[in-house]
Design a protein around this ligand. Sequence first.
Ligand code: ADP
Ligand code: MG
Length: 405
Amino acid sequence: MNTTPRIDAQAGGLAARFEATFGAPPHGVWAAPGRVNLIGEHTDYNEGFVLPFAIDKRARTAVRLRGDTLQKGSPHQGALREDTTVRLLSTSGGQVLVLADAAKLTPGAVKSWAKYPLGVVWALQQHGIQVPGFDLLLDSDVPLGAGLSSSHAIECAVITALNDLTGAGLTAEEMVRLTQHAENAFVGAPTGIMDQSASLRGALGHAVFLDCRDQTVQLVPFAAQEAGLVLLVIDTKVSHSHADGGYASRRASCELGAETLGVKALRDVAIGELEKARELLDPVTFRRVRHVVTENERVLQTVDMLRSQGPAHIGGLLDASHASMRDDFEISCPELDLAVDTARGNGAIGARMTGGGFGGSAIALTPVQHEQQVRDAVVRAFADAGHTAPDIFTVTPAAGAERIL
Ligand code: ADP
Ligand code: MG
């Protein structure tokens, strides 16, 4: 693996912009990427396996602690340490400076994007880590709401920065748990650990094989480019209104299935036990269970395949994952099916919807020589069907969270 400090062309410009805004240079700049899930959908809350990777789109944060402007040993340093003011600015959106008091944070009270960085501050404090006041400038090129976890990219960049600046010495595993706590308890989103694990523990040219039961991670080579492949993300730009209810009802079906089958989680059901499960479950619950059980198996097979033969051999597993989500878990939608079918019909070697479902993005693993054909065909198919034009772009497996200046 590459251990030399990574050069990030944006870091210097962000630091200059920080200084122009706040009147002093930042103490550093930290970055954390968004993620794409290669395979393993709705397996996380069933204590199963997922295989996301960190992408080459990231949130960058320039940060300066406010109580740190005096020489060490100065009699005034204690007083400045008690400065708990937080000033936050993002380069996108309305560019409104958000002011907060790090000592007075209440879960659920922050509504703007500031809930992500402030949620991290709150979670650190809950963990017994003192966070003094600070100034922060955020700049992110992770598209919002496209299923690439732009919110976790922010949280992971902020926790990496504050971990360094406060000398808290947290491990990546601890930061995963703290950002999950921030999302669940402060932001109020019932998310798992996949997104942060990819953002904090990802590595260049690798996917992150995560066991959601014990949170162990193995890095798996995913050198798509070297195999002459690109991974296209097709953002359908739709989010169907039943997405929230659909997610909750799928979780409920999984819990019912596990309970009826007498296991702690669907992770504990083997492929060979599915026929017996069919007799014990109603037809709908059975199909939900079959998706989770077969999807876990597909993640394991994808990991084996990437290790033994490389990315050119995982297309069939991606296709089978999509079929399972469409037919058994029933979380696809016409736009996602059209994106997947059109990509497959125009040279992609495998394609699937990715993320929670009912909209969002699909991914298509495509030989470089077919990339343009797939792009053109998908755009045309969406226009012909009267759908909103999709956004199509490539992603590559990139480094996890790191200091860049
Ligand atoms: P996802 O994480 O899938 O992209 P979310 O709804 O969880 O979607 O997170 C999107 C939210 O993250 C936005 O509504 C906004 O509050 C915040 N966000 C993302 N990127 C930025 C940015 N560059 N500046 C400010 N806020 C951002
Ligand atoms: Mg999010």
